[in-house]
Design a protein around this ligand. Structure first.
Ligand code: AVJ
Length: 322
């Protein structure tokens, strides 16, 4: 008896892989990079010299710790610090330490799509900063937003670091920012990192490192499909390809099929045909300038309060109010 699609595609992952690989041109969502192996590869990416983003944001948070911390502070009632896409928390710890050492009354709520990352971060914080009040959660951005409405008793600061917003095309970014605005009250802050437009070669290098870590990261989505959905992708037959359009500021990642092939994904009851040189689009990493961030803010009903940048002006963190 034929299985109905409803039971066949019973998770978002299955549904989206089915849709993306049945579409033309083919695509997969970068949010599926982050399983245990993907988290590890992303850690390695953040440590690569080519991937300047992490170092720049770390520099910003380290050199403006006090100003940023005091921007967050509410002396009367304290605050809830909510971080979306917390990852390993390395950069956030700079702020957490300042807040802990300067009598801030606050709880830290890290949220991440990776169960593994959330668990590692919670354990790490319990060890390194045992006095810290941590309430971690696993979830996707758009899912957890609803639940943030419950955090209304005192000031909230919502933090999204790492230029994670760059994975969203502008219309989706506006939707995301608007939803954040909707859960914010008058005195709440949104503190967000935006990777800036810069010389195009530096951007290309950041997503096309010589050591092949980014390539492995990109291909990990196929490995994940093989393992979780019983696919038979031959990973070797795909090439990681990066492009950057300096006009739009969009960096795009692809997996290119080196030869014609047929792939079967058992759990989706799906056969996928690839022509030689056919692509799967896997990620966008949008780069910004002040004008674009200003425009996104306006479209979302937010106002830029202030911003912070690094020495090279490669990266910026903006504080928004509604
Ligand atoms: C975590 C989404 C910000 O787009 O720069 C790194 C992910 N992809 N190298 C980015 C990523 C390839 C990263 N973000």
């Amino acid at each position: 008896m034929a299985t109905t699609t409803a039971t066949l595609l019973d998770t978002t992952f299955k549904k989206e892989v089915f849709e993306g690989l049945s579409a033309f041109p083919k695509y997969l969502s970068s949010k599926y990079f982050y399983d245990k192996k993907g988290d590890k590869l992303f850690q390695e990416i953040m440590a690569m010299p080519e991937y300047y983003l992490t170092e720049c944001e770390f520099q910003i948070l380290s050199s403006h710790t006090e100003t940023i911390g005091e921007l967050f502070r509410d002396r009367e009632n304290g605050l809830d610090l909510i971080e979306l896409g917390a990852g390993d928390g390395k950069k956030t710890k700079v702020l957490l330490k300042y807040m802990a050492e300067n009598n801030f009354n606050f709880i830290y709520k890290p949220i991440d799509i990776s169960e593994n990352a959330v668990e590692m971060l919670s354990n790490n914080l319990a060890e390194e900063m045992p006095a810290l009040n941590v309430d971690a959660e696993v979830g996707e951005y758009f899912e957890v937003l609803e639940r943030l409405k419950g955090f209304n008793k005192r000031k909230k600061v919502i933090m999204v670091l790492g230029s994670n917003i760059g994975n969203l095309k502008h219309p989706k970014a506006i939707e995301f920012l608007t939803q954040l605005k909707d859960v914010m009250l008058r005195d709440d802050l949104l503190f967000m990192g935006f990777d800036q437009k810069k010389n195009p070669q530096s951007i290309l290098n950041a997503y096309n490192d010589k050591s092949g870590i980014t390539a492995a990261f990109n291909k990990n989505i196929l490995t994940r499909i093989n393992r979780e959905l019983e696919g038979n992708f031959d990973i070797e037959k795909f090439t990681h390809w990066e492009s950057y359009n300096p006009e739009t500021g969009t960096a795009k990642s692809f997996l290119v099929a080196n030869e014609a092939m047929q792939v079967t994904i058992e759990k989706l009851q799906l056969t996928v045909n690839f022509d030689q040189w056919e692509t799967i689009h896997t990620e966008i990493s949008q780069k910004y300038d002040d004008k674009t961030v200003q425009w996104l803010a306006e479209k979302s009903g937010l106002e830029i309060e202030t911003s912070f940048t690094d020495e090279k002006e490669y990266y910026k963190n903006y504080a928004f109010r509604k």
